[in-house]
Design a protein around this ligand. Sequence first.
Ligand SMILES: Cc1cc2nc3c(=O)[nH]c(=O)nc-3n(C[C@H](O)[C@H](O)[C@H](O)COP(=O)(O)O)c2cc1C
Length: 211
Amino acid sequence: MTPKIISTDQWLVAAKLRRSVYNLTGTSSVSDSRIENILQQVLSFAPSSYNTQPVRLNLITGEKHKQFWDTIIKTAEPILKDVGEGIWHTMGALMESQKAAYGSVVFWERGDTIREASETHKSAAHMIPQLGDHANGMAQILAWTALELEGLGASLQHMQAIPVVETALREFCGMPDDCSLKAHLTFGDIAGDHPIMPDKLPFSETLKIIK
Ligand SMILES: Cc1cc2nc3c(=O)[nH]c(=O)nc-3n(C[C@H](O)[C@H](O)[C@H](O)COP(=O)(O)O)c2cc1C
């Protein structure tokens, strides 16, 4: 029987605490070493299909985090301005507010792992990339919730929406060429109130009991 460490409801309460928090300060009441320890724990038990472990993480804090966002902003600016000054006005301000946060956890996927798994598990080869995304999302939710339980705020960002930004961040983070950027979690101390839960669809639409 699985040992009971905390109750199911305690775990659900903890998971429910996680929110997208955008008002972040450039400080962290949690030490870098504690956050590193949390990420190590996530990596040590998070699931992946066939236990292939394609997830790779970076922890970027302090001045390096400012440089990380400067890289995003510098690379994205000409592209977004090309789309429209209005877009740049909105996105540029959003990026500056993210730069003001203390740190980011960057989630990558090792392409070589995905390719090797597609060879080893030929019958599921067509699904392996999708399963890699699932595994990445599972690591993301674990890290995101853990940071919130430490009292920090965090929001999930996808700057790889602009492909050249992904290339620039791969270089900035010194990640191998086969790594693809899946998401990054910007975090810091929370300025102001913790956000309330957004409305959800009724269970009549989202849950079907079949028995
Ligand atoms: C897969 C996924 C992708 C998301 N991408 C972004 C994003 O790129 N930028 C952002 O600000 N929030 C992003 N979010 C946050 C959602 O907007 C947010 O989770 C949702 O509105 C519910 O709010 P909550 O996180 O406070 O529960 C993403 C969330 C998920 C699960």
